[in-house]
Structure formats: C-alpha cells, structure tokens
Ligand binder design. Structure first.
Ligand SMILES: *[C@@H]1O[C@H](CO)[C@@H](O)[C@H](O)[C@H]1NC(C)=O
Ligand SMILES: *[C@@H]1O[C@H](CO)[C@@H](O)[C@H](O)[C@H]1NC(C)=O
Ligand SMILES: *[C@@H]1O[C@H](CO)[C@@H](O)[C@H](O)[C@H]1NC(C)=O
Ligand SMILES: *[C@@H]1O[C@H](CO)[C@@H](O)[C@H](O)[C@H]1NC(C)=O
Ligand SMILES: CC(=O)N[C@H]1CO[C@H](CO)[C@@H](O)[C@@H]1O
Length: 819
C-alpha cells in the first residue's frame, strides 16, 4: 500500500504524514473533512495521500465522509496560507497571503490579496482575491462604503501563521468568526473557508427542506439551483449563502454572515460548533453583520442585497390555481362557484395547460378560447389574473412560425454552447432554447413578448417557473463538452452528482459569464426582467412569483415553496420555509395550500387553509390528475371553515400591508419567528410550529390530524386571545388595541392606493394609528382594568362601553379619524 500511496500523493510528497498522536487530540466535533468527495469509500491510503489523519469514527456514518464524523480530517498544522504583510487603507486594511505548499487540487493560487473593509459600525466586509488575475464576481449591486466605520461594534484580529481572521463583538468579547480552525483553500475551482460558530443556533442557508433551526450534526447543505420536489438533504430551487446565528451564552444577541458567491457549494455544519464553506469558483467575499438583535441582523443583510419590493395590495389576497383545469371555461366555473359561496378570491391563476402546445406567450385556441373573456370578467369583478411562464422557448418551428424564438434568434438572446451554436434542452413544449437574462437585449425581447401577449390576454402578474433553469435532458440534447467547467476537480453534493443534472451545460455561454458561474442566478435575473417589464407595461408595482431565487430576489419577486406534497409533514415544514424566506428578504412567500402533488384530504386541506391564511402569500395550488381542492370542492362544513379563515385574513389586510411596508422601507420580516421578539428566551430558538405576524400577532396552527386543540408556547408578556377580542373589520376600520402591562399601546398603519404608491400616507402615534382619509369609527382597548367614568377623544366626550369580564373598553366616535 505504501508505495502506491506515495505514487498517488500529488504535489507535496515531501511532507511527513501526521503523527498519530496529533490526530488523536482532535476532538470528533472539530474534525474538518479532508475527503468530502462523494461516492468514494475513503480508505487509509486515499486519506494519507492527502497527508490527513485517518481515524474511523466511533459511530459508523451512513457513508464515510458524508453526514457523519469524517474519518479523514486535517491534522493540526496542515499547510495553509501565511499573512506576510498588512497595511492600513482608507476603509480598513489590506494584506498579502502566501503559501508555498500546493494542495491536492489543481491550480492553487499561491498569493492572495486580503481586504478588510470596515463598511459600517455593524457591517464588516472581507474580500480575498487573486491579485494577478480577475476572477468571477456575482453581478449584483452592493453598497460601496466611502469612509471607514468610526466606532465599529466588532474588532478584527489577524492570525499570521497560519493565516486566519477572528472577529469579536466588542461589547461582549464574543467570538463570531474564527477561521483558523481549519486550513484555507484557494484553488481555481476549490475554495474552502471554515470557522467556528458562536453557538449551535443557526438559521437561513436556503433553500433546503429542514426545520427552521438547522441541525449542526454533520449536516451538509448543498447549494445549486435545482428543480426537484422538496426533499431533505438535497439542493433545491434557490441558493442563499446567508446565515443568522445567535451569539454564545443565550444573551439574545445575534449576528449574520453572507458569502457573496454563486458557484455550486457545500455548506457543512458540524457540532464544534463550526461551519465550512466549500465553493468551486468565484472569490471569497463575505460580510459579517453585528445586529445586535436578530431583527437588526436581517435589516443589515438587506441593506446589502436590497429591501424587498412593496407588493401590490391584491397580492395579499387569496389566490386560486391548479394544473389541469383543462379549459378556460372550467377555470371560470371555479371562479363563479367561489363567488356563489361568497368566498373571498382576489386572483385566479393558470398553470401551463392554458398554453397552446405548451408554448410561452400563446393560449390554446380551442380549450382556452374564452380566456380573454374570463380575464375581462375577473377584472369587472375586481379580481386579477396571473399565469405561468417558463423560460424555455420552443426551438422547433410550430406551424405558422413562432415569433418569440425567431425574434430571439435574430436578437441573439439565447444561451450558446462554447462553439457558438444555440444550446438546446427539453422542457414542456419539447426542444427549447434558453434566454440569457444576464443581457439587457434579452430584457427588451422579454418585454416585447409580454406586451404582445398582454394585448390578447390582459394578465396582471406573472408566475415564473422552471427557472433553475430546469431541463428534462442533462446539459443539452447533444450533451456537454468534457471540460474543467463540466467536470470540476470537486463537485459539491449536488443531486444527480453532476452540475448539468436536469439543467444546462456548466460550460454554456452567457453574456456575463459561463453558466458555471451564472446558473444559480438564472431565476433572479428572469425575475428582474419580468418585474421591469410589468412595471413598464402596467405602470404599477409588479407582481411576480418565482421558483428559483438568489440574494436580492425580494426586490423583484416573491416565492412559493415549490412542489410540496399533500402531506401533514409538508404543511408543518412550510412554516420553516416561510420563516427562512422572511430572513432572506423574500417576505412574499407561502407554500401551496392543501399541497401540490398527491391527493389532499379534507381535514388536511382545512387545516392547511387555516395555516395558509397566515402565509404572507396565500395560494391554493394543485397538481394535474388530482381531485379539485378549491374550498367549494369539499363538504359544506369544510368549505365554511375555509371561508372563515379567508375572511379573517381579509380583515387583517391593513396589518399585513403595513408589515410589508416596514419590510420594504426597513428590511423587517413580515412572518416572523418568535425568537425575533424574544431573543433572550432560549426556549423560542427552536420554535417552528408557531410564528408571529410582525411583533404582536401570534399564530399557533393545528398541524396534526385528528386533533382539535394545540399546545403552544407563550413567551413572557400579556397575551390576548384574538378570537374573543376580535369583532369585525373592513372599512371603516375597526381598531384593536391590546394594552401592555403598563397600560400603554402603540401601533401604525400604512395605507396608499395599493398599486402605484401615489397616495402615500403613513402616520403613527403612541397609541393609535390614523390615516387621514380612512375612517376609524370604533376602537376596542383590551386590558383596561378599571371602568372609566369618562372617555375623551380629542377633548370631546365619546360614547363608550365597558366589559369587566373582558377588560374591554369600546369607543365609538366620528372623531377617531381626525386627531
Ligand atoms: C504594504 O506596504 C509595504 C511598504 O510600502 C509594501 O511593500 C507592501 O507590498 C504593502 N503590502 C500590501 C498588502 O499592500
Ligand atoms: C481560534 O481557533 C484556534 C484554533 O482552533 C484556537 O486555537 C484559538 O484559541 C481560537 N481563537 C479564539 C479567539 O477563539
Ligand atoms: C365556453 O363557454 C362559452 C359560454 O358559455 C361557450 O360559448 C363556449 O362554447 C364554451 N367553450 C368551450 C370550449 O367549451
Ligand atoms: C449566441 O450566438 C449567437 C449567434 O452567434 C449570438 O447572436 C448570441 O449573442 C450568442 N449568445 C450569447 C449569450 O452569447
Ligand atoms: C411543506 C414543505 O415541505 N415545505 C417545503 C416545501 O419546499 C420548500 C422548498 O422549496 C421548503 O422550504 C419547505 O420547507
């Protein structure tokens, strides 16, 4: 074995193997994987060829090296970079990193430039680049600081040998980042940075199906946009290399970390607690956000990637959809039935069955011949219409020609192979080409297509699906060339094992860069093109819902949680998905109510509608070949329960709209984990069966079959039961004010015309919200312990009622709205 091992040991044969004692002292929780390659049974020979320690772990992992204690790990003193010089700059420091020993991956970059940018008092940015050659950087606009933060909440220590960065919170000394825990790698296609974590409480890192609080027990989260029904331990539709973590010690302080990188990557969480970022391209460019509370961390992150767009008011409503209505008349019948039952429905959608032969920008001239009439009818009832679009553009000439493809070719909008020919994949219409949304020419062409279709079917918003981008053939119809981009020296734990699995060739050519670098940005850039086009065409806020997402997505679209199943478990995990996307700056989010694939059951659908009434975005959506699951499809009792929850949602629109406005202007969350409001209460850290809207409305849904009660956790404070305090709402508004223990209450309301923001009134007072042209006729105050003898509104006596058993004071006055 030994001879063989020496022969296979690349690059640094002269270095001695680690001493067994040195290996033995590394505790299991702190073993950083030296052999992360999938599908390889790591033997002592393979491991020692990398000069790493080999110790089979006490508990046998499912597959050595994956999701278990690594058997092959870096010994102390494994070669890494040294920091050889540091100089001060206007914004912080710059330094040079060098290393002399190559790693076992090709193309080590032996000299690196380090930049520390003290951008604001709560935001540190660190960039590690190749000073001799420019490398790919993610093309999203981030703020540029002009002067160094004057009193940063963080301090940075640099370790020279081996090089490492230690970031501490100045006020507490808490160590937020310590990258000396494992060697730094910086090869052309393998960049790896590890750090200790401040605590085991870590959130974010979408898009994955998991609990809200991540499991740090050898949990590898792979990121690479992928079309697959949400499954644990696989990369899903979106990519978000951002985490929020609580500081050590349960003090309630939190910090954030964002790696601005779009290449395929693994993020490994291990019980140290520690994290490893392992990406196969771009640069290391990361931010640390100091909070100090969880909500401020999100605000600071969103200052970098952008605050979410203000949604159009009707986006808050109830959306109904399914794949397989089969005809416009059948779709229309559902709408009419909803009206008959007086169930609030704001938006009707269609999936791909509206299209003629699955072609974008067409509708089936037979089955959907009445689509334009249906849309006009929706509009005349104050309802809206949204339909699906896929990025794949049919490349075979349907009879009569196909303008989107012909014109796209003429304008050169499609993604090419490296030889310059158009890359052809396969989606619903058959063979398709893929628009390159990284190019402005493509945005113009997309607009023209939308405009031409809108002239026929006056839709109100867009649902952009399949934009990972998804293709039914791997790479292209003619495969992919055998290059370093297609077969990198290391491939993260991508479903299918290859970058091209169910998508385009990594080597494919886009205007900005290769698909290798641009892949996970596809959904973002399509959303950007779509939102721009809608705004320009309709002169209103754009409504776009996208499947694939990337940081800064919230500026252009919302997101639905993909092809979830009609299972109780899927309903439960949708809460984690919703909360995570609120952390990621995409607050307009929800899962398919009642579940998409497989047959739903009445009880599940009722419970899901009750939960879904509190998703920031509520759409009931169903797969083809499943029985209908719109509310009237169920028994009168079930239908009525669903209707009640949707009416409740409608009554809360003013609150929801105000929360969206706070998200848009301050980077707040809309649906919010309990820990954001109770960060000192460690018991809230793992809660994902309950959530808040804003800071005051707590939702504790039923998530299990056969039960008619739930057990929830109430953090300390005064809580009121919404169902007994509520009367009714609608306009004129009814104001509900729940007093704190000290007898005070605060609130605010944002109100405008709902579409353009042209009428824009926001007022807040310490006790009552007011908007000058809204009438608040009645107000209820809960928690009033003593019956008042007199109630004054603006120095005038007002009529009031008092209910001692409810500690409720009711006030009626025309003057409530004119303070
Ligand atoms: C720092 O300054 C010294 C002296 O001017 C120079 O030799 C060195 O290259 C500089 N280092 C960096 C990282 O800029
Ligand atoms: C950073 O990590 C190194 C390696 O584990 C450790 O020796 C050092 O004490 C840590 N530094 C701090 C400030 O925690
Ligand atoms: C749809 O309904 C309209 C109006 O009731 C009717 O005229 C038309 O024939 C129907 N179309 C189809 C395809 O069934
Ligand atoms: C693909 O090739 C065509 C034809 O040469 C060209 O017009 C187009 O701009 C290319 N697309 C990209 C993304 O480079
Ligand atoms: C209900 C369920 O499984 N929810 C998952 C649906 O898929 C998204 C990913 O697209 C997850 O984030 C949700 O947790």
């Amino acid at each position: 074995g030994r001879t063989q091992r020496r022969q296979s040991a690349p690059c640094y044969g002269s270095r001695a193997l680690p001493e067994p004692q040195a290996c033995g002292v590394v505790p299991e929780a702190w073993r950083f994987d030296c052999y992360p390659e999938r599908g390889v049974v790591v033997t002592r020979e393979l491991c020692e060829a990398r000069n790493c320690c080999f110790i089979p772990a006490s508990s046998s992992p499912p597959a050595p090296g994956r999701n278990g204690v690594p058997w092959c790990f870096y010994p102390p003193g494994f070669p890494s970079y040294s920091l050889v010089s540091v100089n001060a700059t206007d914004l912080g420091q710059t330094g040079t990193l060098v290393k002399t020993v190559k790693t076992y991956y090709p193309k080590d970059i032996l000299t690196l430039q380090l930049e520390l940018l003290y951008e604001t008092d709560n935001r540190l940015r660190v960039r590690i680049t190749d000073p001799s050659e420019s490398r790919f950087e993610v093309p999203i606009a981030v703020p540029k600081a002009t002067e160094k933060a004057s009193s940063p909440a963080y301090s940075v220590e640099l370790s020279n040998e081996p090089f490492g960065i230690i970031v501490k919170r100045t006020s507490t000394g808490a160590v937020l980042l310590n990258t000396t825990v494992a060697p730094l790698f910086y090869c052309d296609q393998f960049l790896q940075l590890s750090s200790s974590l401040s605590s085991q409480y870590i959130y974010g890192l979408g898009e994955h199906r998991s609990s809200f609080l991540h499991d740090i027990h050898w949990n590898t989260l792979t990121m690479w946009a992928r079309d697959v029904a949400p499954t644990e331990l696989t990369n899903l539709y979106g990519v978000h290399p951002f985490y929020l973590a609580m500081d050590e010690g349960g003090t309630g302080t939190a910090h954030g970390f964002f790696l601005l990188n779009s290449n395929a990557m693994d993020v490994v969480l291990q019980p140290g607690p520690a994290i490893t970022w392992r990406t196969i391209g771009g640069i290391l460019d990361f931010y640390v956000f100091l909070g100090p509370d969880p909500a401020s961390v999100i605000g600071q992150y969103l200052e970098v990637v952008g605050y979410p767009a203000m949604p159009v008011y009707w986006a808050l409503g109830y959306h109904l959809c399914r794949w397989g209505y089969g005809s416009s008349n059948a779709t229309w019948d559902v709408v009419k039935n909803m009206r008959n039952y007086r169930i609030p429905q704001d938006v009707q959608w269609n999936d791909i069955d509206y299209m003629d032969r699955s072609l974008d920008f067409t509708f089936d001239p037979t089955a959907f011949s009445t689509l334009p009439d249906m849309v006009k009818d929706l509009h005349s009832h104050g309802q809206r219409y949204v339909m699906i679009l896929d990025p794949g553009i049919s490349s075979v000439q349907p009879e009569g020609g196909y303008w989107p493809y012909d014109e796209g070719l003429r304008r050169g909008v499609f993604i090419n192979h490296t030889d310059g020919s158009t890359l052809i994949g396969k989606v619903w219409p058959g063979l398709t080409s893929f628009p390159d949304f990284s190019d402005d020419v493509t945005h113009e062409w997309w607009y023209d297509n939308l405009k031409r279709f809108h002239d026929k079917v006056p839709f109100d918003g867009l649902w952009i699906d399949m934009n990972e981008p998804s293709s039914f053939v791997d790479g292209s119809t003619v495969g992919c060339p055998d290059t370093e981009l297609e077969n990198p020296p290391y491939t993260p734990g991508i479903l299918g094992g290859l970058l091209r699995a169910k998508t385009l060739c990594a080597s494919a050519v886009q205007k900005t860069s290769s698909h290798y670098n641009m892949h996970s940005l596809y959904g973002l850039l399509e959303a950007k093109a779509s939102a721009r086009a809608l705004k320009r065409m309709l002169g209103k806020r754009a409504f776009v819902i996208s499947r694939s997402t990337f940081p800064s997505q919230g500026q252009y679209s919302g997101h639905w949680l993909g092809d979830n199943r009609s299972h109780w478990k899927d309903m439960y995990t949708s809460i984690a998905g919703m909360l995570t996307f609120n952390l990621l700056g995409v607050p307009l989010v929800g899962a398919d109510v009642c579940g998409f694939s497989e047959q739903t059951e009445e009880e599940l659908c009722v419970r899901w509608t009750q939960l879904g009434a509190f998703y920031p975005f509520t759409r009931n959506h169903n797969s083809i070949d499943q029985k209908p699951q719109d509310p009237p499809a169920f028994s009168p009792a079930a239908c009525s329960a669903m209707k009640q929850s949707l009416l409740l949602r409608s009554s809360l629109f003013p609150l929801l709209y105000t929360l969206f406005h706070r998200a848009h202007t301050h980077g707040h969350t809309v649906a919010r984990p309990l820990l954001f409001e109770f960060p000192k209460d460690v018991r809230t850290y793992g809660i994902d069966r309950q959530f808040l809207w804003g800071k005051s409305l707590m939702v504790t849904p039923v998530l299990d079959p056969g039960v008619d009660y739930v057990v929830g956790y109430f953090p300390q404070g005064l809580w009121y039961d919404y169902y007994t305090v509520r009367t009714h709402s609608g306009q004129p508004l009814h104001l509900v004010s729940s007093l704190s223990e000290d007898g005070s209450a605060g609130g605010e309301l944002f109100w405008d015309d709902g579409e353009t923001g042209s009428i824009n009134t926001i007022t807040f007072t310490s006790s009552l919200p007011i908007a000058s042209y809204i009438t608040v006729e009645t107000a209820s105050f809960y928690g009033v312990k003593v019956e008042p003898t007199r109630v004054m509104v603006n120095s005038h006596d007002a009529a009031f009622t008092y209910r001692a058993n409810q500690v409720r004071l009711g006030v009626r006055s025309q003057r409530l709205s004119v303070f």
